[in-house]
Design a protein around this ligand. Structure first.
Ligand SMILES: Nc1ncnc2c1ncn2[C@@H]1O[C@H](COP(=O)(O)OP(=O)(O)OP(=O)(O)O)[C@@H](O)[C@H]1O
Length: 629
């Protein structure tokens, strides 16, 4: 190819498409902060603090009590400090020699030193107590989030915005790292501020309102900035969610071959960069807004602060306040000012946290509402019959059902094969039979009991499923077979399950046999081939000895030996259970007692293999196509 050819090719090649822009619709397009007033936001602080206290209380009561004692000590020490400063100032600024004046002030100065030491000591103990609470609080919230997601009805995953709200809730977990220390700093600054301002108003009632005016603009500014930050965060949630997923897909060794051999690296990096720039772009739009807020609040606050100092100077110069009191007032103003700033900074941080906590709580509540609530019935063993009566299921957002008025009876000892073109509803049907999804209309019964009324755990303890896309668990071989639910104390049954899929030799060759960690990314971990992973997925379904065994394309990656072994095993153990095989390899349906053919969610043909081969329907057509090479 000449360079001209290359240029030609480049000239006609379209540029890569940028990442899709995701826009929310419906209830999730509304920023919960959009309509909230500043006063209402400040009014939320007490309830947020109560919530943080409650969460901390559940984690470590003694540490919370310790924190409370420290707040009390901080308050008392601040009051003592100021009172002692005032009584030290009188002799220091009075008459006599320096030595005499210092001598007279010594007792008060010792109290000042003691109160300062107490303040420092209580700050150190507060930090200790906070560090006892925070890690456990983070673990508890993080685990609660993971558990909530694991426990929802699987159908929730298909609900629009579910994953994005989960992403938003993750931010709540991240904020738990700083939540207690922010709240603790806020409380201790508040206590200091109240005591110092109390002392100040005793010295001169005019000082306090002026001081408040000096700091209030900074408070308003901090809360408004937090609000802008959240607005940006809210606008970026969907993009950050997609970027997080894409990051994993681009960097996981699982897809490294596909990415490299198809020359996708540049595109993926371009994509990742574009999305990051879009997120940054939104974040940058906040910068001028927060700058304006900071400038205005600083200017207004500064003017009031100058006025405060001017009033103090005027009071001292005109003799309205004694010099010693004026000097104490300087210390009190400084203390109050520092405490007020801390109250505002940490108050804004607590408020900021509250936004993410609300997202987290809303998600946890939503997830709880989406957890199965099916009743207390248990499935009786053995499972003799599973029946589907006019079962219909439609995914959220889809305009037609994936499974449409399907009726079917499955009996113990039978093997059912389900075939049909892509998207005809086969996998959805298996989800309905196992109760992973509940039917929108019609009903699925196990031994006569409606799945909608049976406790799901009792159903799933009798189920073994090899899904089309199965997990390659980064666990040891043994756990990959038992899934952490060993049946016996020895490995006999594990080996039996591995033998059934012809995996004994491959496992024995691994450096640590059943103890080998199947995660190449981890030091000492091993990797299996695609077909070996699929054999392992089959072995774990067999290990469970389920009443209902479902194999969805179980041999798609296997060599003929593996495939033969699996189908021999299926036939051998079929007598004790109901077996369902979903497959596109129509030859494999010969093992089945009954075959159903699905098309657009409906069963369009059914019968035995020989019957369907000659029926002139979809089955015969698909079989003919599979043999036409
Ligand atoms: N999680 C989901 N959310 C929304 N729609 C889904 C979901 N899973 C499947 N569908 C839709 O439901 C229909 C049936 O899908 P299903 O996976 O049951 O088909 P299938 O017969 O198993 O297909 P295949 O042979 O390709 O595995 C399809 O239109 C598909 O797009």
């Amino acid at each position: 190819m000449t360079s001209a050819d290359t240029q030609d090719t480049q000239a006609v090649t379209p540029p890569p498409p940028p990442p899709a822009e995701i826009t929310y619709t419906g209830q999730y397009s509304i920023n919960p902060l959009g309509e909230v007033s500043f006063r209402k936001l400040c009014g939320q602080l007490p309830s947020v603090l109560r919530r943080i206290a409650r969460m901390s209380w559940d984690v470590d009561r003694r540490a919370v009590l310790l924190l409370l004692v420290c707040q009390l000590v901080t308050g008392v020490a601040a009051a003592v400090l100021l009172a002692a400063t005032a009584s030290a100032m009188r002799p220091v600024l009075g008459g006599g020699s320096v030595a005499d004046r210092l001598h007279a002030a010594l007792p008060a100065l010792l109290v000042v030193a003691g109160a300062s030491a107490l303040t420092r000591g209580s700050a150190a103990v507060s930090t200790y107590a906070e560090r006892r609470i925070t890690p456990r609080l983070t673990t508890v919230t993080d685990t609660a989030l993971v558990e909530a997601v694991c426990r929802v009805e699987a159908a929730a995953y298909a609900v629009d915005g579910f994953a994005d709200r989960q992403e938003a809730a993750e931010m709540g977990v991240i904020r738990t790292h700083v939540m207690v220390s922010d709240a603790q700093r806020f409380m201790s600054a508040l206590v200091k501020m109240v005591t110092a301002s109390g002392v100040l108003s005793v010295l001169n009632p005019l000082m306090l309102p002026l001081l408040l005016l000096a700091v209030l603009p900074a408070g308003v500014g901090a809360v408004l900035s937090a609000r802008v930050d959240y607005e940006i965060h809210y606008a970026n949630v969907a993009d950050r969610n997609v970027r997080g997923m894409m990051r994993w897909w681009s960097t996981t060794p699982k897809y490294a071959d596909e990415v490299r051999a198809n020359g996708m690296t540049d595109y993926l990096l371009y994509w990742y960069r574009s999305l990051s720039e879009r997120v940054d772009g939104r974040t940058l739009t906040a910068a001028p807004r927060t700058l304006r807020i900071a400038l205005v609040s600083s200017v207004v606050g500064g003017v009031f602060l100058v006025a405060t100092w001017a009033v103090l100077a005027w009071l001292a110069v005109t003799g309205r306040v004694a010099l010693a009191l004026a000097a104490t007032a300087v210390v009190a103003v400084q203390t109050t000012l520092a405490a007020l700033s801390q109250v505002i900074i940490n108050g804004a941080a607590v408020f900021h946290t509250s936004l993410y906590l609300s997202d987290m709580q809303a998600f946890l509540d939503d997830a709880e509402a989406r957890a199965p609530d099916r009743g207390e019935l248990a499935v009786s063993a053995p499972v003799e019959e599973i029946r589907l009566d006019e079962v219909t299921y439609q995914y959220p957002g889809k305009d037609k059902p994936a499974v449409d008025r399907v009726s079917l009876t499955l009996r113990r000892g039978e093997i059912l094969a389900v075939v049909g073109v892509n998207g005809s509803g086969k996998s959805t049907l298996t989800r309905l039979i196992t109760g992973i999804y509940l039917a929108d209309k019609g009903r699925v019964t196990w031994n006569g009991s409606d799945l909608a009324r049976i406790a799901e755990a009792t159903v799933w303890s009798r189920t073994g499923l090899v899904p089309q896309i199965f997990a390659q668990w980064p666990l040891r071989v043994r756990e990959n077979v038992t899934l952490g639910q060993p049946r016996t104390f020895d490995d006999g049954e594990v080996w039996q399950a591995l033998d059934a899929v012809g995996m004994r030799e491959a496992v024995e060759e691994l450096s640590q046999g059943l103890d080998t960690l199947l995660a190449r990314e981890v030091f000492g971990g091993a990797e299996l081939s695609g077909g070996q992973w699929q054999r392992l997925a089959c072995s774990r379904a067999l290990y469970r000895r389920p009443s209902l065994l479902i194999l969805d394309e179980p041999t798609s990656q296997m060599d003929p030996r593996g495939e033969h072994a699996i189908f021999e095993e299926i036939k051998a153990i079929a007598g004790d259970r109901i077996t369902i095989v979903v497959t596109h390899r129509l030859e494999n349906t010969k093992v089945a007692d009954h075959i159903v053919v699905m098309d657009q969610g409906r069963i369009t043909e059914q019968g035995g293999y020989d019957e369907l081969v000659h029926a002139g329907g979809i089955f015969a057509e698909l079989l003919a196509l599979s043999q036409d090479r």
